[in-house]
Every structure is written in structure tokens, then in C-alpha cells.
Design a protein around this ligand. Structure first.
Ligand code: GDP
Ligand code: IMO
Ligand code: MG
Length: 425
């Protein structure tokens, strides 16, 4: 029995979906603990290719319970569409939605867009999915939770009360377009009809599973550097994406967690605005973006590209309490003659080995690189460590040395089977 948290170690899109789909074979519960449909988790297996935004990535395995936990925020329109695709594709897992998860209402989506416009050149570059405004309402205690869908009349009453204030803000502050009451009432009825049967006491389900000593995967979304407290604030998302978020986001105790694994790309990407010390530009970045298909699974935006940042990764290992590393996209480095790892930062001639909190400083640091010779041999789709080229092994060994953590899993392609398990998890 083990309870394993799988957390993004960088700025998201590390390949969490692919890894969780692989590891879920031996799990009975897979539970998402934070974020919403800002996430896009890609899985590719015998059922096809899917970009999951809300439903956990264990859904392709029979006898799995896939929980969308209390720490998430849910746009019911997106979830209904996702469930439709899952049912059509006959993905065999079962879906449970926490009663306590907050709902992304239509006014949250509109406000996300209007707030971003208002920020102008300081925009965060959000996914525009209403994430920030929904979490703001949760914290200010005016949010609406999934449990409300079980009594639509009282939900409508609460929503209309909220709508009065939201419409004032939309119209008077942002000069936006009023949301129609009738439309929102109809929408609530559609949501209730489609989603009520999935709404459950998910804390009870997961804690029962813990007591039964089953294998459980806690699915992170986004990445540690996008965490609301520990990420590159204000260029972050609005929830606790680090491993710690799994406890509050699912209602379980810390003593129950067996392992925390951090998923990292062999290089770095970032979508949206904010500091990115190892970012590369121009043709090099364009090439890698194309080869690696680095375009957002949710918004389709081109992802910013950079070298592996070991300063940020060490910080991430610390704030997540990582036990080991899962390294993805090793195959993409096949296309580089020389590979760089950022081992420290420099600012005004001084070496910084810690990850700075102040975004003004992080924006100014110069990365100090260690160079590793590339390999002119494909690692694509390899499934055993022995088959990997010696130079690629050197790269992996060096990363382990710098990060002081073992790399237990290596991913060499988007498909489930393109995975090297060095140590059984
Ligand atoms: P997530 O948000 O962390 O689940 O990651 P995304 O799904 O947004 O982005 C990762 C992308 O990389 C997806 O298109 C995956 O299919 C792909 N991918 C994952 N692992 C690998 C790998 O090892 N090699 C390659 N070439 N692609 C991968
Ligand atoms: P997965 O789970 C990459 C980024 C957005 C933006 C910032 C805030 O697929 O790794 P938000 O809409 O959350 O208010 O946007 O966070 N962001 C992600 N970047 N992967 C994600 O999820 C992300 N979810 C949010 O691009 O910079
Ligand atoms: Mg993603």
C-alpha cells in the first residue's frame, strides 16, 4: 500500500498526465487536489490521446476511482464536456466530484478576462478560465460549491445575490457587458441535471481507501513555481499546487503520505508572464518548441522554452519535500549538441545559490551554466535504462548529483509505454 503525491516541479506541463496514466495501473484511487480547468494533462494510451482538464489521469484504468477533490475549482460546462468525451471513448474509470469543490461561475470567467485587461502590461497571462476570481470568492466566503447543485433552487437564490454585485463590478468598474439572470438560471439547471450523480463525499471515499491500505495517487496540477504562496508571485496561479496542497485539497492527514515525486522536464517551459532565468529565444527556442510540441494543452499558447534550472529545481524539491525525481522528455534533448544545466545565478558579480523571492531580483539574475556534451542517438520511446546512450546517462547522473535526489522514472515519449522505471515506486 502506498499514497504517492505526483507534483509538478517547475512551471507546469512537465508531463504529469503521462506519468500518472502509467503509474495508475496499480492504483485504486487517483485524486486531483488543486487547480481547475487551467490544467491540461495529456495522456496517450490504447484508448487514444486525451487532454484532461479536470478528471484525474487514472480514468483509462478499470476499477479506478477518479476523484476531483475539495481543493479544486470546477467549470461545470468544461466538466460536462469532458465526461461526455470520456463516456464516448469508453474510458472505464469512475468519476467522483467533491461536494466541497468550488464552482467557476460565468461571472468568474468574464472577470478573469476583464482583470487581465485592466492589469495591462502587468498582466499575469492567465488561462482566462476564471480560476483567480473563483478562488477569490472561495476565500472571501461568497463562493458556490458543488454541493449546491443538489438543491438548485437555493443555489439560484445565492447566485442571483452574487450576480447583483458582480454585474455592478463588470459594468461600472470594467465597462463590461451585464450577465443575464435567465441565462444563468437555465445554466444551473443543466449543470444539476448532468453532474448531480457524480457529487459525493470524496473525503470519505479516499479515507476509506487509506484504511483499506490501497494504492492511491494524489494528482497535482500546475507546478510548484506557480504555487500561490511559494511560486513566483504574482505570476502564479491561485491555489496551492505544491505537495502540501494535497492534504487540504483532499481532506487527508500528512501521516498517510508515503512518497512525494516531483515531475520535471529535462529542460524548462513556462506559459504566461513572469520571470524565467534560463529562458532561450529565437531560432533555438522555436526549433525545440516545434519538435517538442510545446503549445499549451489548454489554451494552445506557445510555451516559453529554457534550459533545465537546477537552482529552481532544488528550491522546488525543498518546498515539496521530494523523495525522488521523475524526468520527462529526455528524448527532446536528442536534438541538442550541447546541453546546459543552470547550477547557480549571478547578480551584480555575486553568486546566488538560493532561489530569490523578489520577482525584481529573479528577473535580473544571470544563469551560470554547466555544459554537458550531447548525444547523437535517439532516446525516443526507449523503455530500459541500459539502452540509453552514455552521454545521456552522464546528464542524468549529473542531475542526480546536483539535486541530491534519485531519478527513479524517465520518460522518453508521450505514449504510456515510453517509460523507464528504474525503481519500482
Ligand atoms: P502536464 O500538464 O504536466 O500533464 O503536461 P502536458 O500534458 O500539458 O504537457 C506535456 C506534453 O508532453 C504532452 O503533449 C505530452 O504528451 C508530452 N510528453 C510527456 N512526456 C513526454 C516525453 O517523455 N517525451 C515527449 N516527446 N513528449 C512527452
Ligand atoms: P498543468 O496542470 C502551465 C499558468 C498560466 C498563467 C498562470 C496563472 O497543465 O501543468 P491561471 O489561469 O491559473 O490563473 O493562470 O498559471 N498556468 C499553467 N501553466 N500548466 C498549467 O497547468 C497551468 N495552469 C495555470 O499560464 O501563467
Ligand atoms: Mg499541462
Amino acid at each position: 500500500m502506498s499514497i504517492t503525491t505526483i507534483v509538478g516541479g517547475q512551471w507546469g506541463d512537465e508531463g504529469k498526465g503521462k506519468i500518472i496514466d502509467h503509474l495508475a495501473e496499480s492504483a485504486s484511487v487517483i485524486a486531483r487536489y488543486s487547480g481547475g480547468n487551467n490544467a491540461g494533462h495529456t495522456i496517450e494510451n490504447e484508448h487514444g490521446k486525451f487532454a484532461l482538464h479536470l478528471v484525474p489521469c487514472g480514468i483509462s484504468w478499470p476499477n479506478t476511482k477518479n476523484i476531483i477533490g475539495s481543493g479544486t475549482v470546477i467549470d461545470p460546462n468544461v466538466l460536462i464536456e469532458e465526461i461526455e468525451i470520456i463516456n464516448k471513448s469508453k474510458l472505464p474509470g469512475t468519476i467522483y466530484i467533491s461536494e466541497k469543490a468550488h464552482i467557476i461561475m460565468p461571472y468568474h470567467v468574464i472577470l478573469d478576462e476583464l482583470e487581465e485587461k485592466f492589469r495591462g502590461k502587468n498582466a499575469v497571462g492567465t488561462t482566462g478560465r476564471g480560476i483567480g476570481p473563483a478562488y477569490s470568492d472561495k476565500i472571501s466566503r461568497s463562493g458556490i460549491r458543488m454541493v449546491e447543485l443538489l438543491s438548485p433552487d437555493s443555489m439560484i437564490e445565492k447566485t442571483l445575490k452574487n450576480l447583483k454585485i458582480k454585474n455592478e463590478i463588470i459594468q461600472k468598474i470594467y465597462d463590461g457587458k451585464k450577465i443575464n439572470e435567465k441565462e444563468i438560471i437555465n445554466t444551473i439547471h443543466i449543470w444539476a441535471k448532468n453532474l448531480s450523480s457524480y457529487i459525493s463525499n470524496t473525503e470519505e471515499i479516499i479515507n476509506k481507501s487509506i484504511n483499506n491500505k490501497e494504492n492511491i495517487i494524489l494528482e497535482g496540477a500546475q507546478g510548484a513555481l506557480l504555487d500561490i504562496d511559494h511560486g513566483t508571485y504574482p505570476y502564479v496561479t491561485s491555489s496551492n499546487s505544491i505537495a502540501g496542497g494535497s492534504l487540504t485539497g483532499l481532506g487527508i492527514g500528512s501521516k498517510d503520505i508515503s512518497n512525494v515525486y516531483g515531475v520535471f522536464k529535462a529542460f524548462t517551459t513556462r506559459v504566461g508572464e513572469g520571470p524565467f532565468p534560463t529562458e532561450i529565444f529565437g531560432k533555438d527556442a522555436d526549433n525545440i518548441r516545434k519538435i517538442a510540441g510545446e503549445f499549451g494543452a489548454t489554451t494552445g499558447r506557445p510555451r516559453r522554452i529554457g534550459w533545465f534550472d537546477a537552482v529552481a529545481a532544488k528550491y522546488s524539491a525543498q518546498i515539496n519535500g521530494l523523495d525522488s525525481i521523475i524526468l520527462t522528455k529526455l528524448d527532446i534533448l536528442d536534438h541538442w549538441d550541447e546541453i546546459k544545466i543552470c547550477v547557480s545565478y549571478e547578480l551584480n558579480g555575486k553568486k546566488l545559490s538560493n532561489f530569490p523571492t523578489d520577482e525584481k531580483i529573479l528577473n535580473k539574475v544571470h544563469p551560470i551554466y554547466e555544459n554537458i556534451e550531447g548525444w547523437e542517438e535517439s532516446t525516443f520511446n526507449l523503455d530500459s535504462f541500459e539502452k540509453i546512450n552514455e552521454n545521456a546517462k552522464k546528464f542524468l547522473n549529473r542531475l542526480e548529483e546536483i539535486l541530491e535526489l534519485p531519478i527513479n522514472v524517465i520518460s522518453t515519449g508521450p505514449k504510456r509505454e515510453s517509460t523507464i522505471i528504474r525503481q519500482k515506486l
